[in-house]
Ligand binder design. Structure first.
Ligand code: URA
Ligand code: URA
Length: 306
């Protein structure tokens, strides 16, 4: 953990609070006017435009770190360069927060059934005391996004910022995840994001088996309710849980697996990528496979006509 920095701490809190407010707004609690982006961040629209421009192939990656060397032709035959520059940029070493997008785009109207079903699952979870993490958590971090999303991300467990805000992936790893999602042409509002554990393990230690056992029915119900076409698991615990395996990450990532008939692409966790940037290229390759599969299924990211 880096040293305490009150300014970035405050920035993170404001960002997390804003995301929560906007989520409540979208959920119908009240209306939240779209405010200026903190720290001069670009709006989603500007970010979308930038990503779209780059994905026309006008911009090619030059950084050898981010050049798609692995599995050449695996996914990019049909549209060479499609999104690759944007993905490279997303996974590149841009300063934290400089490109992350605050949640400002209204989500498409969700089918009432999925929204209601998710609300019911959240209600069943209640003020959960099913495992020992309830004694140390501040907030339950349930999940966020489009209740009918075609694309779902499953992480590990809330960290400090998530525990404080109740929103998944709002800390540094979340900012990298936001950039990955944006570069794929999607957004935090058009995907669904959840974790294996809904409560933060003390000091971000690994989830323990009893905690996973207590929490897994809720993730299973979330997946069953959202019914995504594809799931990207982030890091080992999510891959191990959904694929019912103990195989190492390097043996799992890079190809599709299946969970209850849903295609699953395991890849590295963004927090792991922040510590091991040399693996970003592999993650980029994994995400490109997901994009290619959506193309094959003729599914385009909502708000982005084919
Ligand atoms: N890491 C995760 O796995 N999930 C979060 O929500 C945040 C960080
Ligand atoms: N181990 C993990 O838990 N996550 C990764 O992404 C890689 C190794």
């Amino acid at each position: 953990m880096s040293e305490f920095d009150p300014r970035s701490e405050l920035f993170e809190l404001v960002r997390a609070f804003r995301i929560r407010l906007e989520w409540l707004g979208r959920a119908g609690a009240f209306s939240v006017p779209a405010g200026p982006s903190p720290r001069g961040q670009r709006s989603d629209d500007a970010q979308f435009t930038a990503v779209a421009e780059q994905s026309q192939g006008r911009f090619e990656p030059t950084d050898p770190q981010t050049t798609p060397a692995e599995s050449p032709g695996a996914t990019t035959d049909r549209q060479p360069g499609m999104f690759s520059a944007a993905l490279a940029r997303a996974l590149g070493d841009t300063p934290a927060g400089s490109e992350s997008s605050p949640a400002t785009m209204p989500s498409p109207p969700a089918g009432p059934t999925s929204r209601t079903a998710l609300a019911q699952i959240r209600a069943d979870l209640g003020d959960c005391q099913r495992c020992k993490l309830s004694r140390t958590r501040e907030n339950i971090v349930f999940g966020i996004g489009d209740p009918n999303a075609a694309l779902m991300f499953v992480g590990e467990a809330p960290g400090r910022q998530e525990d404080r805000s109740g929103v998944p992936f709002v800390g540094p790893a979340g900012q990298l995840l936001d950039r990955m999602i944006a570069a794929m042409g999607w957004s935090r509002e058009t995907v669904y994001i959840a974790n294996v554990l809904k409560c933060r393990p003390p000091n971000n230690r690994d989830p323990e088996p009893d905690e996973i056992a207590s929490c897994r029915p809720f993730l299973a119900q979330q997946i069953g309710s959202v019914k995504p076409r594809m799931i990207v698991t982030l890091g080992r615990p999510a891959a191990h849980l959904l694929l019912d395996t103990r195989a190492p990450m390097h043996a799992l990532r890079g190809r599709f697996h299946s969970y209850e008939g849903i295609k699953v692409m395991p890849t590295f966790h963004p927090a792991y990528l922040l510590r091991n940037p040399e693996h970003k290229r592999k993650t980029w390759n994994d995400l490109q496979q997901v994009m290619a599969e959506f193309e094959r299924l003729a599914i385009s990211p909502p708000g982005r006509p084919r």
